[in-house]
Design a protein around this ligand. Structure first.
Ligand code: PAF
Length: 291
């Protein structure tokens, strides 16, 4: 595996493969790779001639009160996992490589509307940070496809719209959520949870499934289903942020005639913020898993 933090070196190493007409897949990550990330990497390896994994903890997407300092950094273990699965290129830039203009304000990319709801309300500026770094990574690597996990569904939709709006010629691929055997969506932030907190955290997925069941079978209004789930999550000892049944294409509140829905939840356990979602199709009454 070729490993560099240098933008020009990475470009130089990719160039001959591009010239030879080979396809490149990019998996952007912030490291601390778990099975969810490795699923994206394996998919990219399968579908492309070469795969680049980037590891960069992007300060621009953290608010001042968030966990930038304590975000898990496990580069040695990450490298071992990537080597073992046959990843071709690892890109590990520093903040100086990505934002050499610091401390001067950096150009930012914003997708209005979609960035201002749900997680965007709780984390102002977060999606601008994501869009800015993803644009930069896409410009550096120029991949044919880039792979994102659907746990961050709002991020996936925003990045997809951003690439369309800006005419970036990369296919954005969303892959299904990987869960632990009890349904908890894998996340680097799970590392911060004690065993007891992990048990509590499982309520998020239980409530999502219950809400899907209620949508399909109870005849209750969406708003009432959201309220019930909010209460369940609260009663399990978590602090719910939002629990929302939305149209899965644009994330506006779902209307009864919408065929494809997504139920999204965010909740905190202490200071740890977790998100999860379930998509359902009302036409086939099926829970969907990948795009
Ligand atoms: O999903 C993430 O890990 C990050 O938001 C991403 C896409 C790597 C951008 O920093």
């Amino acid at each position: 595996m070729n490993s560099t933090g240098n933008i020009f070196e990475l470009r130089k190493n990719l160039e001959p493969h591009k010239k030879a007409g080979k396809t490149i897949g990019l998996v952007p990550t912030m490291g601390n790779l778990h099975d969810g990330h490795m699923h994206l990497v394996r998919q990219s390896l399968e579908k492309n001639d070469y795969t680049v994994v980037s590891i960069f903890i992007n300060p621009l997407q953290f608010n001042p009160n968030e966990d930038l300092e304590t975000y898990p950094r496990t580069i040695k273990e990450d490298k071992e996992k990537l080597l073992a699965c046959g990843c071709d290129f690892l890109f590990t830039p520093t903040t100086q490589d990505i934002y050499p203009e610091t401390p001067y304000p950096h150009t930012q990319v914003k997708v209005p509307g979609l960035s201002d709801i749900l997680c965007g309300l709780e984390r102002p500026g977060h999606f601008e940070g994501v869009c800015t770094v993803v644009t930069k990574l896409l410009n550096i690597v120029s991949p044919d496809s880039a792979y994102f996990g659907l746990k961050d569904y709002q991020q996936y939709l925003i990045v997809k719209k951003m690439t369309k709006d800006l005419g970036i010629d990369t296919r954005i691929v969303g892959l299904e959520i990987i869960r632990d055997p009890n349904g908890l969506a894998l996340s680097s932030r799970n590392n911060f949870l004690s065993d007891e907190e992990i048990c509590k955290a499982r309520q998020i997925y239980r409530s999502l499934k219950k809400a899907a069941e209620r949508i399909n079978h109870s005849g209750l209004k969406f708003q009432d289903i959201e309220k019930l789930a909010h209460q369940e999550i609260h009663d399990a000892g978590l602090t719910p942020e939002y629990f929302a049944i939305c149209n899965s294409e644009c994330l506006r509140s779902a209307a009864p005639e919408d065929p494809d829905l997504i139920i999204l939840a965010a909740a905190r356990i202490g200071s740890i913020r977790l998100i999860d979602n379930i998509r359902i199709s009302l036409t086939s009454h099926k829970q969907l898993s990948s795009i």
